[in-house]
Write a protein that binds this ligand. Structure first.
Ligand code: KG4
Ligand code: ZN
Length: 337
């Protein structure tokens, strides 16, 4: 069974082909245009998707040595994401489904981040807990099966990726700041500076307090020494990265204890962070967890994860109708049909 996956929720235009247990291709066109604006500009993202979608899908088919007629289903991201950006993928997928008379499959972007774990072995066994950390979401999810997931905790304000990007901006780093913080933290001391951590009930997160704490701290130090940031950039990056990681992992330990689950996974763009990956693996050893992190290229946005999520939905006969529309927000982890 061959499924084409299409991802256009934010600033990556991506297409991939998944065929029974194997990802045949995964083409990603990253939109560089947003860097000069310091963040993703929705209208520019939509236009870039329109420009990229046909060549990206064609390249994914070519690399997979697959003809359009050989596809068994067309999967696309319905949301959450930028409405105009999603619209491009949704309508392109609808067009293909109609022209080829092949099933249309709507995928929830955050569910797909979790299912990225099934692109390459070793696969986690159900049930497992997944900490999904991206630019727009931070969730602890109980994963019972491919299509049966429950959000146990989530952020009440900023997402972890947003915390990385906003902190990076305060340090004068360009967008997207997360990977740059990671890079610059390599030679820094993670204990050089301390920032406020939230006290949240249950398994929920909050990152807006950390943002304010970093801002006040920087304002205070820069007032005394205008070169404070450039002199301490690696220590600042390492300390911010450690604080975000500690906040993320503390709740994960609580959830693992409460649900008595020892199979624990990490997913989403922020799981590309080297400090978080390391700390997560170490924590797993201390707690006798079996830990799972997708390969680097399947952590950040890609259509491979959409294709695999579509594959398991097709198997479960979860087909979308042609009247489906994109959704900027979708509560839970199931698409709205
Ligand atoms: O999952 P993703 O690619 O897109 C969304 O669904 O949002 O996640 C993007 C987020 C951005 O905030 C980006 O800065 C962050 O993931 N990110 C990182 C790293 N790579 C990507 N944050 C910290 N360290 C990284 N190495
Ligand atoms: Zn994502």
């Amino acid at each position: 069974m061959k499924v084409l996956g299409i991802e256009t929720s934010c600033d990556e235009t991506s297409a991939a082909i998944f065929n029974d247990g194997k990802l045949l291709s995964n083409v990603i066109a990253t939109q560089e245009i947003h860097t000069k604006w310091g963040g993703v500009v929705p209208e520019l993202a939509s236009r870039a998707h329109q420009k990229n979608i046909i060549p990206v899908v064609n390249e994914a088919l070519e690399k997979a040595d697959c003809k359009l007629e050989e596809l068994d289903g067309i999967a696309f991201t319905q949301g959450p994401g930028l409405l105009g950006a999603l619209m491009v993928g949704v309508n392109y997928a609808k067009g293909l489904s109609l022209a080829l008379n092949k099933p249309l499959i709507a995928v929830h972007h955050m569910q797909a981040h979790i299912l990225a774990h099934f692109i390459e072995a070793p696969y986690p066994e159900f049930p497992f807990l997944c900490l999904t950390v991206s630019g727009g979401h931070t969730q602890i999810v109980l994963v019972r099966d491919f299509n049966n997931m429950e959000i146990l905790g989530h952020t009440i304000d900023d997402a972890a990726g947003e915390a990385f990007d906003k902190a990076a901006k305060m340090l004068g780093l360009p967008y997207p700041g997360g990977p740059l913080v990671d890079k610059m933290a390599k030679d820094g001391d993670p204990n050089a500076f301390t920032f406020a951590k939230p006290r949240m009930q249950g398994f929920n997160y909050s990152f807006s307090g950390l943002k304010t704490s970093i801002l006040y701290f920087l304002n205070d130090r820069v007032a005394k020494d205008s070169e404070f940031i450039s002199k301490n950039i690696s220590g600042l990056c390492a300390s911010i990265q450690k604080t975000i990681t500690d906040i993320l992992l503390d709740k994960l330990v609580l959830a693992a204890k409460e649900y008595q689950i020892k199979s624990i996974a990490l997913a989403g763009g922020v799981s590309a962070n080297s400090y978080l990956r390391n700390a997560f693996t170490q924590l797993g050893k201390q707690n006798q967890w079996q830990t799972f992190i997708p390969a680097f290229e399947y952590c950040t946005d890609n259509a491979g994860m959409i294709a695999i999520a579509g594959y398991y939905k097709l198997k479960a006969n979860k087909i979308a109708s042609l009247s489906i529309t994109p959704k900027a927000r979708i509560p839970g982890l199931e698409t709205e049909i």
